[in-house]
Design a protein around this ligand. Structure first.
Ligand code: FE2
Length: 353
């Protein structure tokens, strides 16, 4: 089964002539590529006329499904008013501020955010970000599906100057951003604003011993967010799926490994608060907490657009590679990294079969 799946992994070099990539270059801000960004706090940003503030693209995993925008708002400053016919999910990397949102200019609503907040301007809704701190810049990380929309319609005007009002997403309801939302499953919260993703209580998950998770379904978007936490001295199962997930490390000492079927030299991404990684199409990825406290990350991903089910590899109830089928080198590295940071080794060496 794995060989069949590996055979269809497409070779996807970065595109240079797609409508999205042409638009992206013309925006005139830095474009970061590769599999990961070390620290969103430290990404170099440059003036971005479209926003009236500074920004950079984080365009990982050679993908044109979704992209990342680092947005920095100067102390006491604000962005220009934007609206766009593509979805955007925002994680507040640092700072505190507010965003005004409206379909009808006479009925503006405001959300106040801080480090760790996540929210989404509803599809094609007008919005403007304000930094409420007069001393320090505020930094946001937004994941959008702009590449898909730009490549489908090949029209910047359609994306950024579209008058259509998606009332099914947002119709100016008073409690839209302040209500409690609804738990639609044990691990799925339909909400339009998460004040601090670091503090959300998570529920038991399937992938890995003691792991907990929660999905956030924002603003009736197709794209979704989720957060996951797993205990000190443990690691999660390796798995793979289609491209499109941006994993943001929130806290913990550890690393992720990335590799394709058949590769024994795995790419390693060390974690810090603000690391982002994005696995390529069909690339295995596995997260390790080799520190003395729980580790938490979150991800923005395409949701129903990401065709994840096509990669559903399950065996004995595991989704991904069961521990007993791992390369023993994976456990050896975990042992040595736990020893380095003084973490208690919780998982026994797998009984390889
Ligand atoms: Fe994943």
């Amino acid at each position: 089964m794995e060989h069949l799946l590996a055979a269809v992994v497409p070779d996807r070099p970065p595109k240079t002539d797609s409508p999205y990539s042409i638009w992206q270059r013309a925006e005139g801000i830095p474009i970061l590529r590769g599999s990961s960004v070390d620290d969103l706090h430290k990404v170099d940003v440059a003036p971005w006329p479209r926003l009236g503030q500074k920004g950079a693209f984080v365009n990982l995993a050679d993908q044109e499904e979704d992209d990342g925008w680092v947005i920095e708002v100067e102390p006491g400053g604000s962005t220009r008013v934007l609206h766009h016919a593509f979805e955007m999910s925002i994680y507040v990397v640092d700072g505190r501020g507010a965003t005004s949102l409206w379909q009808d200019e006479t009925r503006k609503q405001t959300v106040e955010w801080q480090r760790g907040s996540i929210f989404s301007p509803p599809l094609n809704c007008s919005y403007q970000h304000f930094n409420l701190d007069g001393q320090r810049p505020a930094r946001l990380f937004a994941v959008t599906n702009a590449p898909m929309v730009m490549n489908l319609y090949r029209c910047e005007d359609f994306a950024f100057n579209n008058p259509y009002v998606f009332k099914d997403r947002y119709a100016g309801q008073d409690s839209y951003f302040t209500g409690p939302g609804e738990m639609v499953a044990q691990t799925r919260w339909q909400t339009n604003f998460v004040p601090d993703v670091r503090a959300v209580k998570l529920a038991p998950a399937r992938r890995g011993l003691g792991a907990t998770t929660m999905e956030f379904s924002l603003c009736n978007n197709l794209s979704i967010a989720h957060s996951s936490e797993f205990p000190a001295g443990t690691y999660k199962l390796a798995h793979r799926h289609n491209v499109g997930a941006h994993v943001i490390i929130l806290e913990g000492v550890g690393y992720s490994l990335l590799w394709f079927e058949g590769e024994t030299e795995r790419r390693r991404v060390n974690w810090t608060d603000g690391t982002v990684l994005s696995p390529r199409e069909g690339e295995y990825h596995q997260h390790f907490n080799t520190g003395p406290s729980p580790a938490r990350y979150m991800a923005f991903r395409l949701g129903d657009l990401d065709r994840r089910k096509g990669w559903g590899e399950t065996e004995d109830g595991y989704s991904g590679i069961p521990y007993y089928r791992e390369d023993p080198a994976i456990y050896d590295l975990y042992l040595s990294e736990c020893a380095k940071s003084g973490a208690q080794v919780v998982l026994p060496r797998p009984d390889y079969r």
